[in-house]
Design a protein around this ligand. Structure first.
Ligand code: ADP
Ligand code: ZN
Length: 218
């Protein structure tokens, strides 16, 4: 099953990806995670990308598409994968299509997580992430047992530099301008399925499981 998760920042794509990847044994490919990893390890690519990420702007298409195309060459993607946060522009979508259709296998399904900006803003500005294991929390909705400390590993929780309100608003604007056209692009291909990103994690997961079985993907 080759999946694309589409939707605004804060729609819960990352959270669902983790659950789906586990249940269906598929690799979770998040361009945001890959970029943050290269920032952390101080790679030249990361240093270049950080300037864009901190402002809530998109990293240039060629950079991101290059990362994904390389990742898709690994053998663990043979049975499928979950693309989370990619493609985010029409150019990325077209280049992805060219790269994988050339290999004889297109995207099976695009899940569009429709989410209101109020929900997205509330989720993102309250999000806290574990520095060691990457687990996500929320100051109100999913608080850790001990403030500032990860329940799972005891690591320190921090706020992503792009999760402040001004940058979040810019990310949502960038999404409206550059990513929203992809809804039409995939709807025209007949592979778009709209779900509500405003639902809770478990509820949405159940909806998605049914979408896959109805579409005979599992
Ligand atoms: P979110 O979806 O919550 O904004 P991500 O972790 O997916 O967060 O992305 C964080 C940042 O990484 C984005 O704001 C952008 O700068 C960069 N990024 C991630 N994926 C892409 C992409 N496909 N194209 C361009 N930039 C990207
Ligand atoms: Zn942790």
């Amino acid at each position: 099953m080759r999946l694309v998760l589409l939707g605004p920042p804060g729609a819960g794509k990352g959270t669902q990806s983790v659950v789906l990847a586990k249940k269906y044994a598929l690799p979770h490919i998040s361009t945001g995670d890959i970029l943050r990893e290269s920032v952390k390890s101080g790679q030249p690519l990361g240093l270049q990308a950080k300037k864009f990420m901190d402002k809530g702007e998109l990293v240039p298409d060629e950079v991101v598409t290059g990362i994904v195309v390389e990742r898709l060459k690994k053998s663990d993607t043979m049975k499928g994968y979950i693309l989370d946060g990619f493609p985010r522009t029409l150019k990325q979508a077209e280049d992805l299509d060219r790269a994988i259709k050339g290999a004889g296998s297109g995207i099976d399904l695009v899940l569009y997580f429709a989410t209101s900006s109020a929900v997205a803003i509330e989720r993102l500005t309250g999000r806290r992430v574990c520095r060691s294991c990457g687990q996500n929390y929320h100051v109100k909705n999913i608080p850790p047992k001990k403030e500032g400390i990860c329940d799972k590993c005891g690591g320190e929780l921090y706020q992503r530099p792009d999760d402040n309100e001004a940058t979040v608003r810019n990310r949502l604007k960038v999404y409206e301008d550059q990513t929203k056209p992809l809804i039409d692009y995939y709807a025209r291909q007949g592979i778009l399925k709209r779900v509500s990103g405003d639902m809770g994690v478990d509820e949405l997961f159940k909806v998605l499981s049914k979408v896959f079985s109805d579409a005979k993907l599992v």
